[in-house]
Structures are given as structure tokens and as C-alpha cells.
Design a protein. Structure first.
Length: 428
């Protein structure tokens, strides 16, 4: 019986460990980006605007519905009235009455329907560029979040290592204090340092949770899931010296979605102006009507047409507004092109400076030396070969140097993503 209880207990422990592990998903940056393109709700919703624009084009191609009217129905017509005795009955054998029917159809003139279709087609192109612009912005947010999480994961490991070293030292110093071999103030100094490290680790974990929230929202993941990013082989970022800024400036004007959208807005305003000018020409309504027994003839069939007389309203206001909208869109297009070029130059300069700094640090190759030295300093402190002050100074220098290297590496990748965002193209 006891064996069964132990077995059940082991199964429960294994099940709990498996449940905990299932809450952590390990993904590479490439896998995260693939998941983002497939599952991001904002992208899915934005893409529907293209379908909405397609529907608007379909609607613009449709003709107006014909209009049918039944009128002048006289249900009280009797045989005593004029001519009614000569009318054939409508319902049954006795109901004889007069009525009129009219069928009319609106015909748009001046090719209004075709001009409206052309305008809506430009609207669809604008919707496509809106989608591309949202995709570009969300990609930057996603990749920035990935780099932030990688930085926080690595910085947590550094702080955790320091925390573990201090905990081991504190335990050893407690034994020495109890034996009266060392003064208690040294133990207090270690405990104070541990408290600072633990507090910083808490702040880093809080920031990590915030970045997790951002990333999981972008990927449409369940809230209880945690994502651990596995760093793949180091990405080869382009050397700024191999990037031709002048060519990149030209590419930005051709490829950036916001610039293309601004130029399309000019085209849309031009098409809208053409459409509004066509509205000056009145539409024509053709009609055919049938009148039974209300006039001179028992069965009268007639045809007609009607249209507005453009004497007072020639659509002057809408035409004027469309003209101003066209000029406005031209100014905004120039402004957007200037903004794109300034953003690109700023992003290039920032990336160039960060890249240089990162390469200078790589030449020094301090990572392995720092990791070796912190363990050596800890051993020397235990053996009383160095003072507490020396150890604490090195601990602080170790943390600051490691954090600086992680920060510069993170910033280099983020600045590169900012450069790609400003250029509107992938530079990898």
C-alpha cells in the first residue's frame, strides 16, 4: 500500500512539473516572427480594410435600381361611372377599377459610374499601403520587444549569479561570525549588497513581465503562457560602411508605405475632383407608364424622361472642396517625403555610432575575463586574500560592465531595426 502511495505521489509531482513546463514556450526570433505574421489580430483586422475596399468597388459598379410605382387606384369605381362598364375585370368577374403604373430608371451621365469606380480603386491601393504601414510598425515593435526580452533574460542571469555568490558568502560569513572569527559589520555589508541585488532583480523581472505582455499580445498568446527566447547563431548585421545612404534615401521614397500612401492620396484627390466635376451634369430618369381609365383613353401607355435643371446648384461647393483637398494632399506628400528622408538619416547615424561602439567592445573581449574574475574574487574573499571593499567594488564594476555590454548589443540590433523601418525595406 505504501508503495502505491509513493507511486501516486511521484506521478503527481511529474504531472505538476510537466504542467509548469508547458506554460513556458521556447521560441527562436524567427519562429516568433512567423507566429506574429499568422496570428496578430491587428494585422488580420487591418487586412480586412482591403476587402472592404474591394466591396466598395463592387458597389460602385452597380447600376441604380429601377423604381416602380402603383397609383391612382380607385377601389370605389362602379358600373355607373363613365367607361367602366367597358373595362375588363381585374379580380374575379365584377371588380372594375382605374389605376396607373409607372416604371422609371435613373441613368447616370458624364461617365459618373466609371469615375466613381476609378476613385474607389485608388481607395483600395491606399488600404493596401495602410496595411503595409501597420505591418512595418508592428514588425518594429515586435523585433524591439524580442531584443528587450533577450537583454532582460541575460541580465537576469547576471544578477542571479551575483545573488547566488552573495548567498553562499553570507552563509559562510554567518558561520565565521558565530565562531567569532570575523566582525559582524562585514556580514552586514554582504547582506546589504544582497538586498540591493535582489531589489534590482525584482525590477528587472517586473520589466521582463511587461515585455512579455507586449510580445504575447502581438502573438495572440494565452495570458498564462511565458515565452523564453532562444538566441540563435549571431545575426550578421550590415556594416554601415557597406550601406549606401544616397541609394537608401531613394529606396525609402519608393518603398515606404506612408510615402506611397501620400502619393496615392494625390491620385485619389484628383479622381475625386473629376468625379465632383461630373456631378455638374444632371442625371436623366427614363420612365414608362400605363394609365387605366383615368383619362380620355381606357388604356393609356406613355413614355418620358426627367432631369434637374442645373441653374442654382452646379456642385460648386464640392468642386471647390475637392480642389483644395488636391492641393492639400500635394503639400502633405512633400512633407511625408521630407520626413521619411530625415528619419532615415537619423536612423543611419544612430546605427553607425552604435555599431562602432559595439565593435570596439568586441575587440576588448571582456566577457570571459569578467566571468572568470568574479569567481576568483569570491574565492579570494573567502580565503581572506582581498578586503571586503575590493570585493564590493569589483562586484559593482562587474555588474555595470556586463550590463553595458548587453545594453550596447541590444541597442545595436534595435537601431538596425529602426534603420530598416525608416528605409521601408529589409537590409539583411
Amino acid at each position: 500500500m505504501r508503495k502505491y502511495k509513493i507511486l501516486i505521489l511521484l506521478l503527481l509531482i511529474i504531472q505538476r512539473i510537466s504542467a509548469q513546463d508547458s506554460r513556458v514556450i521556447k521560441m527562436t526570433p524567427e519562429q516568433i516572427e512567423a507566429q506574429f505574421l499568422d496570428q496578430n489580430l491587428e494585422l488580420i483586422a487591418e487586412k480586412m480594410n482591403i476587402d472592404i475596399a474591394d466591396a466598395s468597388i463592387i458597389q460602385a459598379k452597380l447600376w441604380e435600381n429601377p423604381s416602380f410605382e402603383l397609383g391612382d387606384v380607385n377601389l370605389w369605381t362602379t358600373k355607373a361611372q363613365r367607361n367602366t362598364e367597358e373595362l375588363s375585370p381585374i379580380i374575379g368577374k365584377s371588380l372594375r377599377t382605374q389605376f396607373s403604373l409607372e416604371l422609371s430608371q435613373l441613368i447616370q451621365t458624364a461617365r459618373k459610374r466609371g469615375k466613381l469606380i476609378n476613385r474607389e480603386k485608388v481607395s483600395k491601393e491606399i488600404a493596401i499601403q495602410d496595411f503595409e504601414d501597420v505591418l512595418r510598425g508592428l514588425k518594429l515593435e515586435l523585433r524591439t520587444s524580442i531584443q528587450e526580452i533577450i537583454y532582460l533574460q541575460n541580465y537576469q542571469k547576471i544578477l542571479q549569479h551575483q545573488e547566488d555568490l552573495l548567498k553562499g558568502l553570507i552563509q559562510a560569513y554567518k558561520n565565521q561570525v558565530q565562531q567569532g572569527n570575523i566582525a559582524k559589520n562585514e556580514l552586514v555589508r554582504l547582506q546589504s549588497s544582497l538586498l540591493e541585488i535582489s531589489n534590482e532583480l525584482y525590477e528587472v523581472k517586473t520589466e521582463f513581465n511587461e515585455q512579455q505582455k507586449t510580445l504575447k499580445t502581438l502573438l495572440n498568446f494565452q495570458p498564462e503562457v511565458s515565452i523564453e527566447i532562444e538566441e540563435t547563431t549571431e545575426k550578421l548585421l550590415k556594416d554601415p560602411q557597406n550601406i549606401h545612404l544616397e541609394q537608401l534615401l531613394q529606396n525609402a521614397l519608393e518603398n515606404r508605405a506612408d510615402v506611397k500612401k501620400a502619393n496615392l492620396q494625390i491620385d485619389y484627390s484628383d479622381k475625386d475632383l473629376i468625379y465632383e466635376k461630373a456631378q455638374r451634369v444632371p442625371d436623366i430618369t427614363f420612365s414608362a407608364n400605363y394609365d387605366r381609365a383615368s383619362g380620355v383613353w381606357k388604356d393609356y401607355v406613355g413614355f418620358g424622361l426627367s432631369f434637374d435643371l442645373p441653374l442654382l446648384n452646379k456642385n460648386q461647393g464640392n468642386i471647390k472642396a475637392a480642389q483644395f483637398a488636391k492641393k492639400q494632399s500635394e503639400f502633405m506628400a512633400v512633407q511625408q517625403m521630407n520626413l521619411a528622408q530625415h528619419e532615415l538619416v537619423e536612423a543611419y547615424n544612430n546605427y553607425e555610432e552604435t555599431y562602432k561602439l559595439s565593435k570596439e567592445i568586441e575587440k576588448e573581449d571582456l566577457t570571459k575575463d569578467l566571468d572568470f574574475m568574479i569567481d576568483a574574487y569570491t574565492r579570494n574573499l573567502k580565503n581572506r586574500n582581498i578586503s571586503m571593499v575590493e570585493y564590493m567594488d569589483f562586484m559593482e564594476a562587474y555588474k555595470e560592465n556586463k550590463q553595458t555590454m548587453l545594453t550596447i548589443n541590444k541597442n545595436m540590433f534595435i537601431q538596425f531595426e529602426n534603420l530598416q523601418y525608416a528605409a521601408g525595406v529589409e537590409l539583411k
